[in-house]
Design a binder for this molecule. Sequence first.
Ligand SMILES: [Zn+2]
Length: 149
Amino acid sequence: MFPLPAPMRAALDVAAQAAAAGEVPVGAVVVRDGAIIATGANAPRRLHDPTAHAEIQAIRAAAALLGRDRLEDCDLWVTLEPCAMCAGAIAHARIARLYYGASDPKGGAVEHGPRFFAQPTCHHLPDIYAGIGEGEAAGLLRDFFVARR
Ligand SMILES: [Zn+2]
């Protein structure tokens, strides 16, 4: 198999950690100048925060680290297609490139549902690359929900 790019490998590891903590396994990392500068694990249950999705956690950490609200020189890697809230945050952060793993026909908002970035009201369109590490990302989610049944 083709080896996964290091940032997606890292995002999948973060997703697995989220699963171990009882959260739906989604992980994200922010990359700047080829280096991972922030990670985010899905953590709404643990933090009692419905907005604590992996992407939001990673964007907040990266923005705090850089001391600014715009991350136009950063890329976001996430294991699952972002939801509408996270797509909005990605646009607000001016993320340059979005890489994601599994598609999410139910909650995704990039290629499904509201197709956030395709709306005329969307003020920032990142370059989007889907399906990276898709099998592994989907497998983590599948195993998580099977174990909870
Ligand atoms: Zn989200």
